[in-house]
Design a protein around this ligand. Structure first.
Ligand code: CLF
Ligand code: SF4
Length: 491
């Protein structure tokens, strides 16, 4: 049943009108939200099951990281080496290091339990290519033992040009390079040193070497048809104004996707930035920068800055189920059948989901004008609204407009439900986290949070429980537009 419609945009600040210079159309043919018809068949085949390279895939497929690469060859000011590499991991986390052999066994164990598993990545805990023997040995073992699982690698790029051929030989077709600057003057504020050619380089020289090696590696990978994602950490006052230039540069050197991530800075992590009070960007600042870059290349907005030993769908971490002790005691065998069956199921789901989305979009008759609003969704995966409000540890955020529903990010929160009762303080934080949203879509919600959200001007929509996210959002938005005051009155 569709939800009851109430007066529109009561809590909204002036909605954005029109698409502006960039990124206005939810129908853009690029972006990690790309669908089969938007990409060449070869590229779609590479990204369709990769949860990081396709926003659509992240609803269905899981990745795991194996922590086989402990050493690093540079220093980033947002990293404390007691913890995992912060280029591709949440800062302040320590993962359980594995030998390549134990890692390969862990992959089989996870694959046996989680049919959604499609990708194994090496993202630390140091730098994958500062530990080439361990990284490539682990990849070789996995390729031999579980050939249907994709391999993925993340690096700071310093040693990349030396290993592009090895990467290609192993059929690794997804590589991430963290590129935070293309100007050594900016770079010297981020990297105090790099260790290269048996020498420690500092200051601008260090940043220059790193920047040149990153670009060279990017070009070499692209020439071999390997898809490259560039991660950039947004550091307000250091590189935030510079990242649009980075975006243009990496695009012109062939990057497929750009993932601009927020700096997470906390004195407790003991990093240079944490200890000197460098702040990270707000969600709004991050979105603004992402929006400004979007017209020019594919943008990733669904990154969860996961751990170097993360396991599961993005946004969930099932790593504790696969600790070294548990893996050591397990008998594991390769069986691709459940994963193949799951992939066929996802193909059917995708077709249904796309048909539902298209049908709702076709019914949109242009009443939206240039109005854009945000909506929050609780989901356990599968691209459906299938999670109770109190169980959500994150909200997925969509931008709704006449062009449809576009995923624009996520907001992490504490679970409101504490096993039968709700924590009032947590509810306040949850409400604050989604205060810029017009509505929250959820499978089920109690009376108390429903009332508090309504008081905060956030409409609760539970009439689409277990339905597809995008078509539900579009249907709701369309109904609101049909019953709304003229658009100009909301601007
Ligand atoms: Fe891992 Fe990275 Fe491969 Fe993904 S993660 S190595 S590309 S399989 Fe993904 Fe995690 Fe963000 Fe990385 S959500 S931190 S982008
Ligand atoms: Fe830390 Fe990764 Fe930077 Fe190395 S590359 S210093 S591990 S964030």
């Amino acid at each position: 049943m569709p939800p009851k419609v109430i007066p529109i945009f009561a809590n909204q600040p002036a909605p954005s009108m029109g698409c502006g210079a960039k990124g206005g159309s939810g129908k853009s043919s690029c972006g990690s939200s790309a669908k089969p018809g938007d990409l060449s068949p070869e590229v779609w085949a590479k990204v369709k099951d990769h949860p990081c390279y396709s926003e659509q895939a992240h609803h269905h497929f899981a990745r795991m990281h194996i922590a086989v690469a402990p050493a690093c060859n540079i220093q980033c000011n947002y990293c404390n080496r007691k913890y995992d590499c912060a280029n591709e991991s949440r800062p302040g986390v320590v993962s359980e290091k594995l030998t390549p052999e134990m890692a390969a066994k862990k992959v089989l164990a996870v694959a046996a339990e989680i049919p959604q598993l499609s990708v194994v990545g090496i993202a630390g805990p140091g730098d994958a290519l500062a530990n080439p023997d361990k990284t490539f040995r682990a990849f070789r073992l996995i390729q031999k033992d579980a050939p249907d699982i994709k391999l993925c690698l993340s690096t700071n790029g310093l040693m990349l040009p030396d290993y592009v051929q090895a990467i290609a030989d192993l059929n690794v077709d997804h590589v991430t390079i963290t590129i935070n600057m293309v100007d050594p003057e900016v770079g010297e504020q981020i990297y105090p040193w790099v260790y290269y050619n048996h020498k420690r380089w500092i200051g601008r020289d260090a940043a220059k070497i790193l920047g040149e090696r990153q670009m060279e590696g990017l070009e070499m990978l692209t020439a071999k048809g390997i898809l490259v994602k560039v991660n950039s950490v947004m550091i307000p006052g250091v590189n935030d104004q510079h990242l649009a230039e980075v975006n243009r540069a990496v695009k012109s050197h062939g990057a497929f996707l750009h993932n601009i991530m927020p700096l997470i800075s906390d004195p407790a992590h003991g990093t240079h930035y944490g200890l000197t009070g460098q702040r990270g960007p707000s969600p709004q600042e991050l979105k603004e920068l992402q929006d400004s870059c979007e017209g020019s290349m594919n943008l990733m907005r669904h990154c969860r800055q996961c751990r170097a030993d993360a396991v599961g769908l993005l946004g969930e971490d099932r790593g504790a189920e696969f600790s070294t002790d548990k893996i050591a005691a397990m008998d594991v065998a390769y069986d691709p059948e459940p994963r193949l069956a799951y992939r066929e199921y996802v193909e059917r789901e995708r077709r249904d989901q796309e048909a539902a989305r298209e049908s709702e979009l076709a019914a949109m008759t242009g009443q939206a004008g240039g109005v854009k609003i945000l909506a929050a969704v609780t989901t356990r995966g599968g691209a459906r609204i299938n999670q109770h409000f109190g169980h959500a540890s994150e909200f997925q955020i969509y931008e709704l407009s006449g062009a449809g529903a576009r995923f624009v990010g996520h907001r992490k929160v504490e679970n409101y439900c504490q096993g039968g009762w709700g924590e009032e303080e947590v509810l306040e934080d949850v409400t604050a986290a989604i205060k810029d949203c017009a509505a929250v879509f959820t499978a089920k919600i109690g009376l108390c949070p429903r009332k508090d959200l309504a008081m905060a001007g956030i409409e609760v929509v539970d009439g689409f429980a277990h339905e597809y996210i995008e078509s539900s959002l579009i249907a709701w938005f369309r109904q609101r537009m049909e019953t709304a005051q003229p658009v100009a009155a909301t601007a």
